[in-house]
Structures are given as C-alpha cells and as structure tokens.
Design a protein around this ligand. Structure first.
Ligand code: ZN
Ligand code: ZN
Length: 353
C-alpha cells in the first residue's frame, strides 16, 4: 500500500474526512517534494500540493499528485477548501502556527470543522521502507567515513569549532546533502554537557573528546557519537568508558521486533546502575530517525511503544560528570525480525589520538 493510501486508512479513526499537512517533512514523505514551502491537502479521492512559483518546475518533477502553484498558496488552499464538501478537516496540531489556525477559523467556511490530529503521518514514518533503509544506510556509512577523515586531522591546540568545521566539510565532500544536525564537538569538561556547542576551547592533552555527528543523505539522517581520548587515558577513564560501552552493548542486545522501547532503555540504565553510574545518565537511551533526526519511537523510561521490524533507532547511553567530562556511545540500529542490525561500523573502542 502506498504512503497516502495508508494515511487515508487512518482518517476514520481520527474522525476526519481530509487532512491538511503542514509539516514539510511530512509533505516530503507523502509526495517526494523537497522544497521549503508547501501545503498538502490529502483527501480520499485526491491529493493536492500547494506551493509558490519558486518551486513550479521542481514540484512537477517530484510529485505525482495534483499541483497548484500560486504566489499565495495559503489563499489558493482556502479557495480550494471553500469549493470542497469537507466537513471535518484534520490539521497537524503539533505543526500548525497559532496565527494560521486563527486565520483559517476566520476564512474557511463555517460548515468545515477544523479537527486537531496528532502524529498521523509520523506514525507511518516510524517503519522504514527498503529504499528508506538504503538511504539511512548510506548516511551512516558516509558519516563513518567523514569521522575517519576528520579525526585524522586532529591536533592539539585546534579548537572544537575548527574540528566541527572539518567534520562538516568532510561530510559535504563525501556527498552528504548537509549535516543532519549541528555537529557536537566537546573537549574536556565540555563533554559533560550532552548537547554542547563547539566553541573556541582548544583541544588539550589528557582529556576526553566527544563527537556527535550525523550526515543527511537523500533527505535521511544518520546519528553517531564516539569518544576519543587525547593521549593515553588513565585507569579511571578506561573503567568509565568500559562501563558505558557495557551499557550500550546490553541495550543493543535487547533491540528486536516485539520488544517495548522502554525495555531497551531499562537495559542501559540497569547496567549503568550496576556500575553505580545511573545517576549520571540524564537523557533517554535513543530515538527513531529518518527524515528528521528525532522521530518515533522514543527509547525512554517506561515507553510502551513496541519496536517493529523496519524501525531505525539510535542507542546512545551516556554518563556526564560535571567538571570531569562525559562519555556517550551512539549507534544507528535497524530493528529486524530476529534482533537488530547495527548499521554503524565505526569501532567502539576508546579511540586514543
Ligand atoms: Zn547523536
Ligand atoms: Zn541521537
């Protein structure tokens, strides 16, 4: 069944007759359109994309639904809706701006009921098709190649920002659309901030260096975190690293079709607890990824979502100790019927440079 047909099959339960899609990632998923401005009206009998003249050529090349190009796409949509006999129009509650909603209430026919929906398209996106899996596989492979190339350039005294620029450069050079998110390079004590922003801090001897990077290929993201040590690590650092790796491997071990997302999180957390490190693990264990870097499902405490074959998730436990630093190890993992396939091939031993 194609994507729009599967979406339309959810309308009855969502109590809507049509869906107005405003999330550009969802528009891309449903039509293939990759431009930066579009509205999509999905009705059981037809789907129409509304965009502006900048995308006239592109939209016709990319989509196989009805196209309306207008200098005022929102107005064109309203005109189209005024002609349709839709009673309950679903909208994406998580993506619609308050001002747009207020305007629709004014401008759309009184007989049309605006109905909020949640994650109708996102739920479909959680399970990847073979071409999507291929795209993510490419993104993961490219990510690792860029990591290898960039880390060869590491020298003491260069700043976090310089290394982040080198990583981004290598990703583009190897064929990425762009980085999938802002590259994290965090040296020494900065690595204790799970989402540190690379700054002017120079890389110094005898400290940890955390790199969290993702490449976007054909619109799809990869996500990987590795930790390096500048110079030989001491016993304490080695032990800490092995504990996080132990938790990461234990969590990966639980990933399979039919398992609750919370089970994966629990595996990581309980292994860290065995090393008396669980209080330093301050985020969830992982997340789905695809067109967005963060998608369904969430691999978090108590999360009941059942993992299904074809989902692609990250597994990324970490420990963060203020003043000392942080260690996180993150792979991109494909859920399969019999277990999982770790797509990330970069070795997971503590890399000493
Ligand atoms: Zn990451
Ligand atoms: Zn991640």
């Amino acid at each position: 069944m194609d994507r729009r047909t599967r979406l339309i099959a959810t309308f009855e339960e969502a109590k809507i007759d049509a869906l107005l899609v405003t999330s550009l990632k969802n528009v891309r998923y449903l039509t293939g359109f990759s431009g930066s401005a579009a509205l999509l009206l999905v009705e059981p009998q037809r789907t129409t994309i509304f965009t502006d003249p900048r995308y006239d050529l592109q939209v016709r090349q990319q989509v196989d639904c009805h196209v309306t190009v207008s200098t005022k796409p929102a107005r064109a949509l309203e005109t189209a809706l005024a002609r349709r006999k839709i009673r309950r129009l679903g909208f994406e509650a998580q993506h619609v701006r308050f001002a747009d909603h207020a305007r629709w209430k004014q401008s759309l026919p009184a007989s049309l009921r605006l109905t909020p929906t949640t994650s109708l398209v996102e739920s479909l996106r959680a399970i990847k098709s073979p071409p999507e899996i291929d795209a993510i596989r490419k993104a993961v492979t490219l990510n690792s190649a860029a990591f290898d190339a960039a880390t060869k350039q590491i020298r003491l005294g260069m700043s976090e920002r310089e290394l982040a620029a080198e990583i981004d450069y290598q990703m583009r050079l190897l064929g990425a659309d762009c980085p999938a998110f802002d590259t994290i390079v965090a040296a020494g004590p900065n690595s204790a901030l799970p989402h540190a922003q690379p700054g002017s801090k120079p890389l110094e001897a005898n400290e940890l260096l955390l790199i969290d990077m993702g490449a976007q290929v054909e619109g799809y993201a990869s996500d990987m975190t590795r930790v390096l040590h500048l110079g030989q690590p001491n016993r304490r650092t080695n032990r800490l690293y092995r504990s996080v790796l132990d938790a990461q491997l234990a969590a990966v071990e639980t990933v399979r079709d039919g398992v609750q997302a919370g089970t994966v999180d629990r595996a990581a957390r309980s292994r860290l607890a065995a090393h008396q490190l669980d209080q330093f693990f301050t985020h969830s264990t992982g997340h789905g990824l695809g067109l967005d870097i963060h998608e369904f499902p969430r691999l978090a405490k108590g999360e009941k979502t059942v993992l299904c074959a074809g989902m692609i998730v990250t597994v990324e436990p970490g420990v963060y100790q203020a003043g000392r630093g942080g260690i996180r190890i993150e792979d991109t993992v494909l859920v399969t019927g019999s277990g999982c396939e770790v797509l990330t091939t970069t070795p997971k031993e503590l890399l000493v440079v």
